[in-house]
Design a protein around this ligand. Structure first.
Ligand SMILES: Cc1ncc(COP(=O)(O)O)c(C=O)c1O
Length: 382
């Protein structure tokens, strides 16, 4: 038999390792829900919301069915619709702009900062001018805390204030990260996050949450979460969704939130190993002064044109990679007819050809990190 020795494959994200660490706790939590049978709005949902509020510092948390629903609910609750413009980056997951389009409004795409992958403030200002020139009514900014790192929230808030816009923070990749010592969840009118299993804090299916300090707005969001219901369950006072978080997912998240701070520290240690081992070989990500990242992705950059061979060299050595994102939204079929900020989006276009994400999770042990570092260095001839 002609067998080649293949190096052991490494997991890109190891959900099973975390499951093992949690042991019987998750099973017991799910069994409790199976026992009380309150699958919708069971006590675990309120308990999780209270824990997430305490963790983030936000006054209200509205758990919901996904990060996408979380963002759409905020736009619906603010009455964003046709003729309105919402500024957002193009270099992000599609849901950021999708919810704007679903609300009937126009996403206006803005460029990113090369060092942090987050919204570029000069381009944001140009986007404001673009929207005005097109006769759109400016409503909101959606900064994205990409790959786990907060955007420059003070600078975003300054533009929002000057233009009378509200801010919806897309923290779907970055719950747990801090900006100037404050956890995400308290910037802008509202913050949305996702509990998709691969996220730093993920459940075992789809899930999400909205964070806000605004009492009246929180009430509207709770109504939108259940078909826009009013004080009477069958008196619907606005349009809404079926966007509740399942009780079983809430029970799982309560257990996972308990170990989340330790997991954030472990992810940070992985990022440090990569930075130390690769800083002179490839362009490693930079966390801006005053920020911490939860490292949803560890995204390096290799020379344009060399990426395919690089990815293949890593794959051959059992090191998986992912490309976030190969095509910015303004180049995708569903979004290319929407406007981009004056001056275009050259950084988004360029970085889409250079980015590669390496394995990242809290259970990546030291020998495996060293192996990945060695393989990456070898692939770039260092
Ligand atoms: C930046 C960003 N926004 C929004 C979402 C949507 O979250 P969900 O998949 O929970 O709907 C995601 C999820 O991947 C995301 O990465």
């Amino acid at each position: 038999m002609n067998q080649q020795t293949r190096p052991n494959p490494i997991a890109f994200i190891d959900v099973a390792a975390q499951r093992k660490r949690l042991g019987g706790a998750v099973d017991a939590a799910v069994t409790r829900v199976l026992g009380h049978c309150q699958f919708i709005n069971g006590p675990e949902v309120g308990a999780l919301e209270a824990k997430l509020a305490a963790f983030s510092g936000a006054k209200h948390v509205i758990a919901c069915a996904s990060g996408t629903d979380a963002m759409l609910m905020v736009l619906m609750a603010r009455g964003v619709g046709p003729g309105d413009a919402v500024l957002c980056p193009s270099f992000t997951f599609c849901a950021t702009a999708e919810v704007v389009a679903l609300a009937g409004a126009t996403p206006v795409f803005v460029d990113i900062d090369e060092a942090t992958f987050n919204i570029d403030i000069a381009s944001l200002r140009r986007g404001v001018a673009t929207a005005k020139r097109l006769g759109l009514k400016l409503k909101a900014i959606i900064p994205v805390d990409l790959f786990g790192q907060p955007a420059d929230h003070d600078a975003v808030a300054e533009v929002a204030k000057a233009e009378g816009l509200f801010v919806l923070d897309d923290a779907c990749q970055s719950f747990g990260a801090t900006y100037k010592g404050r956890r995400l969840g308290t910037f802008g009118l509202a913050t949305a996050t996702s509990f998709f299993p691969a996220k730093p804090l993920g459940c075992y299916g789809d899930g999400g949450a909205i964070f806000t300090d605004d009492d009246a707005f929180a009430d509207i969001l709770r109504s939108v979460r259940v078909h826009g219901q009013g004080a009477d369950k069958y008196d619907n006072i606005r349009l809404g969704l079926t966007a509740r978080l399942d009780t079983i997912q809430a029970a799982i998240l309560i257990e996972k939130l308990g170990i989340f701070p330790e997991e954030i520290a472990a992810r940070d240690a992985v990022a440090r190993s990569y930075a130390d081992g690769l800083g002179d070989a490839v362009i490693v990500p930079r966390v801006a002064e005053g920020n911490t990242s939860v490292w949803a992705q560890y995204t390096i950059r290799v020379a344009a044109g060399a990426r395919e061979a690089f990815v293949e060299a890593l794959r051959a050595q059992g090191v998986p990679t992912a490309i976030y994102y190969p095509k910015p939204l303004h180049r995708q079929t569903a979004y290319r007819h929407y406007p981009v900020a004056d001056g275009g989006l050259p950084i988004s276009d360029r970085l889409a050809g250079e980015v590669v994400s390496l394995p990242m999770h809290a259970y990546l042990d030291e020998p495996t990190r060293a192996r990945i570092v060695g393989v990456v260095r070898g692939a770039v001839g260092k």
